[in-house]
Design a protein around this ligand. Structure first.
Ligand code: MG
Length: 223
């Protein structure tokens, strides 16, 4: 796939859960003592200006028809790595981009409540918009001090700064790579701040991060 003018072939998307305190509070989740991560699948990926498809199977089921946005800073892996030490993190990062972790929220919550994985709620086609480009590490001096926001139909829903991340990028990479071999092009999303809210067909999402740009995605109902 192409993100801006860079071609990458990710093998997986790893997402941090519960990485901003204000988001942890709004979801009544416990504060983690170690990074919490899960995977999204490659079929979720779409790039800037492509629509997000609202699945019929969710739209037509009143128990499952809440789909939320989550704006996140993501980084892209530069080369295959395992057991990366935090001090040399940035040797393994190709650059930064914007990621939307679209989530079928009440499906996630009900699955979690009965101790099932939340896999299916995260992995519908198009539930992982990314872009508009990959900004190299050399152009972002401090990835932990970037304004991050998301608008729905022009109205701000999420507004924060990456300085509020609980686990920073070096800790995240060190932790995840203890368990998972990361490959060139793999995407790691660093979690969302508060302000998550439901979207519906017809809505237009604009996600922005300082120094990276904006991605714009319309929600359309699956035909
Ligand atoms: Mg998320």
């Amino acid at each position: 796939m192409k993100i801006g003018n860079k071609k990458i072939e990710p093998t997986k998307i790893i997402c941090l859960g519960r990485n901003y305190l204000d988001h942890i509070k709004e979801t009544n989740a416990p504060i983690p003592t170690e990074p919490v991560f899960f995977a999204k699948t490659i079929n979720t990926l779409v790039t800037n200006n492509e629509p997000i498809i609202y699945p019929k199977v969710l739209y037509e089921d009143e128990n499952y028809n809440q789909v939320d946005h989550e704006v996140e800073l993501a980084f892209i892996i530069f080369q295959t790595c395992k057991n990366v030490k935090a001090e040399i993190t940035f040797d393994y990062i190709l650059g930064y981009t914007i990621f939307l972790d679209i989530t079928a929220r009440n499906m996630q919550v009900s699955d979690r409540n009965i101790k099932l994985p939340w896999y299916r709620s995260k992995n519908f086609d198009t539930f992982g918009p990314i872009g508009p480009k990959i900004v190299p590490c050399s152009e972002i001096k401090d990835p932990h001090n970037l304004n991050i926001q998301l608008k729905v139909n022009g109205e701000i829903r999420q507004r924060s700064n990456t300085k509020h991340m609980l686990f920073k990028i070096p800790q995240i990479l060190e932790y995840v790579s203890k368990f998972v071999t990361l490959m060139r092009g793999d995407i790691i999303a660093t979690g969302t701040p508060s302000g998550i809210s439901p979207v519906k067909p017809g809505d237009v999402l604009e996600a922005s991060i300082e120094g990276i740009g904006t991605i714009t995605h319309e929600i359309i109902l699956e035909q």
